[in-house]
Design a protein around this ligand. Sequence first.
Ligand SMILES: [Zn+2]
Length: 173
Amino acid sequence: MCFFNTAKIKGRRDGVIISTLILPTQNGTKMTKQERYDRAYLRMAVEWAKLSHCNRKQVGALIVKDRMIISDGYNGTPTGFENACEDDDGLTKWYVLHAEANAILKVAGSTHSCSGATLYLTHSPCRDCAKLIHQAGIKRLVFIQQYKDDSGLLFLEKAGVDIIQMTSVTNSA
Ligand SMILES: [Zn+2]
């Protein structure tokens, strides 16, 4: 059992405004239902990342719309290609698809739409994926770890996407 202060603060982190959850306080109020769901979805994204065959970095993604998981993805090579993500020099092959790109493309091949959806990511998106996220109509991004290059986040912030970073995904943070 853990109690959280549900208030959110807007903090500037490397130039990007990210709504950050205030850490639990002794006399804090209980975590909101949304926060509990956000953490649970992020934990699933962490599990999805483990399915990746990539050695350098494993990233997981989940797309949720109207309280339904409509897609999932992890970084990896396109269908029909060998699973190994790195070449003999240990460098990531250029055609490896990022987790969020895979998840968005999966929706494109279904009867669902990303419009108004929330994207859960283990890592913040790169600039190329940020373009896809915005263009797909995703309105909310919840992620755990920040990628070194924040231009993707800056772009999404400009595009009006709600950005939330949760560095802890357990309910007993
Ligand atoms: Zn990317």
